[in-house]
Design a protein around this ligand. Sequence first.
Ligand code: ZN
Length: 508
Amino acid sequence: MCWVLKMKIEVDGRIVLSDILDMPENEVREFFREINNTVLKKGVPKGAIAPEINSFSVDGNEIKVNIISDRHVRAPNALLRIKKAIGKFLSKYKIGVRKVVIDRCYVEIEVDNSIDRLKLPYATSKIEGNTVKFVVENIEEQKIEDGLIDKLINLVKEKSLQSKYKGKTEFWKLEKKSNEKKMLFDENPTKKALELGWISEFPSIGQWIFTPPITKIFRTIEKMIIENIAVKHGFQEAIYPKLIPLEIYAKTGHLKGSAHEMYFAEPPIKRDSEIFEEFYDYVRLGEIPKDMLREKLKPPLYGVCYAQCEPFYQLFSGKIVKLEDLPLKFFDRSGPSFRWESGGVRGLERVNEFHRIEFTYIGAPQDVVEIRDALLKSAIEIVDKKLDLEWRVAQATPVYLAHEGRVSEEKGNFVHSYDLEVYLPFRGGREESNWLEITSFHVHEDHYVRSFKIKEVKKRDIWTGCTGFGLERWLVGFLAEKGFEIEKWPEEIKNMVGELPKPVNFVK
Ligand SMILES: [Zn+2]
C-alpha cells in the first residue's frame, strides 16, 4: 500500500522576465491554456491528476502564477516546465526569462498513520490527525531545481514510517543456538579483573587500562580470530583511517541517525601558538578553561571511527570496478572505535572506546552472501569448539538502516544481519537475561554501492558486506563463562595463552 493517501501542492510562483511584457491578456491566457493541456500533462499516468495553472497575472516584467498539483509532476516541477515553455514562446518577442522564484509553497499530505511530532527544515509545519501540512516561503530557483520540496516530502515519508514502527525498531529473531554448556564462573568478570589488577579504571567512564595479563588473553583471542577467520577465508589486512570526514558519514547514513552516539573531532583554527597563548597561561595557573579552548577550535570536521568499515566504501567511491576482479576481502584492526554510550556504559562489555576486527567485502551479490555466511560459520566454530562457550545466533535489524535511525524493512526471507551472542551467567538465567552480542554479520545489498556511486564496468550488480568482531566482548564472554582459573580453560586457548605476566602491585 502507498504511504500517501492524498497529496496536494500549491505554489505561488513568479517568472521574472528580462523586459516588460506588453501583450494582450487573451494571448497570454491562450498560451497558459495550451501549457495546461500539453507541457504539464507530460509524464502524468493515465487517470491521475495533472498539475494545473490555476490563475495568473502580469505585472510589469513579472508573471505571477498559482499552480496546483497532486503527486505526479509536482507544482515546483511544473513551474520549471512553464519557465522553459515561456522562454521559447517569448523568444520571438526578444524577451528572455531571468529566473523563477517560489514565493510560497503549500504542501498537504495525508498518510496512513499519525505522526507524533514533526519539525521540517526550511518549513513551518503542523500535523492535523493523519495530515501533515507545511509551508516553505521564498524558494530560489537553485533550490527548486535541487528538489527541495521533493526532499521534504521524502522526509515526511521517513518520519511517517518511523512513527509507524516506533517501539518495533529492535528486530530480533532466534536463528539457532548451542547446547547448554558448563559454566565455570558466575561473577561479573569486570569486577574480578579489577580485583586482580588486570584492568584499571580511567578517569573517564567507559574506558579502561588493560595491564599485561589481560592484554595477553585479549591478544590471544584476536590471534585466534585472525588465524581461523581472516587467514582461512583469504582476507587481507588493510589499515583504515580513524578520523572520518563528515562528508563520508553523510554518505554512510550515520549523520542521519547515529550522531547522538558519535564522537566528533575539531582541529585548531590555526596551527599558531599565539592563538593559544591565553589558554596556555590559564593552564599554567592550574585551570583548564574548556570554553576558551572551544573558541580556538574549528567546527567539527570529523566523526571519530564509529563503524570502522567506512573507509572501505570510500576506497571505491566514484570508481569503476570489474566483477572479474572481485570479491575483494579486507580486514582492519589498526585502531579503536568510539561510541558515546553515556548512561549505557557497563563494565568491559559496553564501553566508549573499544577494539574490533572489522571484515569488509565487496563482490557479486551471491559471493557477498556466501562470504558473510562462511564468516558466521567459522565464528561459531571458534566460540563453540575452541572456547566452549554457550552461544546463540539471531536475525537483527539491517545495520545500514539502524545507523540511519530507520526501521526494519525486511524484504522476503533474505536476512541482512545476524548477531552472534554469548550467554553471561552473571546476568541471570538463560531465558530472562540479556545475552551479549559479540559479532554481527551484515550484507548491505547495494546500499553503500549506490551512496558511494560505485560502478561496475558492465553495470552488473555488486553488493557489500561487513562483519565486526568486538574483541572486548569476546573477552568478557569468555571470562564470564570460563572464569579466571586458567588450568580449567579449554585446551587450545590455555596453551596459546601460556604463562600470564604479573599484574601491577601498588603499596597503597
Ligand atoms: Zn561495518
